[in-house]
Each structure stands twice: as structure tokens, then as C-alpha cells.
Design a protein around this ligand. Structure first.
Ligand code: MN
Length: 198
């Protein structure tokens, strides 16, 4: 059961002008696809060849002999999660259950925005910023490279990719502008609420 590249949940130009069709074409069809292909090559003939993606990520985490497989499999998982973390006409104030939880755990929405943008902006080099649920409480975290909350017993609710390939064509070196746009125009709060129920 090889891993496969999931379709984007919207058209390539659906997030314009905030994320261009060109960025999604490279990011999904080239980068995400390369992680799928690489992971499948490394899985061939191993005892994880028939495992599901989450199991592969959790079982290879911290295993020095399987770093390459972890990196590629975790990136497959992270990117699928990323596509769903965005939607056309998204962003702005949270709705549903998450709205009250943000008030409870951050004090207010602005404080969450500040922490989330700061996590993305201060992740040195490549990585991810996250909103996760840990021990029943919301937390903003960041992970380097392919690292992912599912390897750390946290429940991911939302992510933003801060690898340069995620924003460079549209924002060049202006990662903070990309993060502001992500928060104001792209966050899929429906997806966040669905993740809370899992
Ligand atoms: Mn990426």
C-alpha cells in the first residue's frame, strides 16, 4: 500500500492573490509529490511498507537509521494537513468551538495571532508553526524541517509552512507579510474545529 499524493482541496488559483497558482503548482505537484515518491522508495521491502502514514511517521521518529524515511513521510503528512489549513475566503476571527477555546487559553484572539505569527517568523531556517492541543490546552508551537506534532503526542489543529518554497515566489524574503496574510485571509477555521472533534 504505497503512499499517494492527495489532490488539493481547491483549484490551484483558488487562493489567489494571497497564494498564487504558480506557488501551489510547485508546492503541491513538485515538492509534496517528491516527498511521496521518496517515502515510497524508502518504504519498499521494509516492515513498514503496508503501514498507514501516521504509523510510519510515529515509528520512524528518533530512529537514526530511518531519518530519511521520517523526513519524507512527515513532510507528506504535514503538507496534506497544510492544504486543509487554508481555504478561499478564510482567515479572520475564529468561529465555532475554537473561538471560545482561544479566549480561554490565550486571553483573546489578538494574543493568539501574535504568538502564531511570532512562531512562524522566528523559526530559523525551514519548518512549521502550529496550533496544537496538548493536555487539553491550546498551544502555539514551531517545529524545524519535517518535524511534526504527531510525533510528540500533541493534537495538531492548524499549521503554516514557513519553508521558503511555501512563500518565496509570492513574498520573496517577506515571511512576516506571508504570515499576516495567512492569518487574515487563509486560515480554515472549519478544519480546526473538525480536528478538535477527532
Ligand atoms: Mn512545503
Amino acid at each position: 500500500m504505497a503512499l499517494s499524493l492527495p489532490d488539493l482541496p481547491y483549484a490551484k488559483d483558488a487562493l489567489e492573490p494571497y497564494v498564487s497558482a504558480k506557488t501551489l503548482e510547485f508546492h503541491h505537484d513538485k515538492h509534496h509529490n517528491a516527498y511521496v515518491q521518496n517515502a515510497n522508495k524508502m518504504l519498499e521491502g521494509t516492515d513498514l511498507a503496508n503501514a498507514d502514514l501516521e504509523t510510519i511517521v510515529k515509528k520512524t521518529y528518533g530512529d537514526q537509521s530511518k531519518t530519511g524515511l521520517f523526513n519524507n513521510a512527515a513532510q507528506v503528512w504535514n503538507h496534506t494537513f497544510l492544504w486543509n489549513s487554508m481555504k478561499p475566503n478564510g482567515g479572520g476571527m475564529p468561529t465555532g468551538e475554537i473561538a471560545g477555546m482561544i479566549e480561554r487559553d490565550f486571553g483573546n484572539y489578538q494574543k493568539f495571532v501574535e504568538e502564531f505569527k511570532n512562531a512562524g517568523a522566528t523559526q530559523f531556517g525551514s519548518g512549521w508553526a502550529w496550533l496544537v492541543l496538548k493536555d487539553g490546552k491550546l498551544q502555539v508551537t514551531k517545529t524545524p524541517n519535517a518535524d511534526t506534532p504527531i510525533a510528540h503526542g500533541e493534537k495538531p489543529l492548524l499549521t503554516v509552512d514557513v519553508w521558503e518554497h511555501a512563500y518565496y515566489l509570492d513574498y520573496q524574503n517577506r515571511r512576516p507579510d506571508y504570515l499576516t496574510t495567512f492569518v487574515e485571509k487563509l486560515i480554515n477555521w472549519d478544519f480546526v474545529n473538525q480536528n478538535l472533534k477527532k
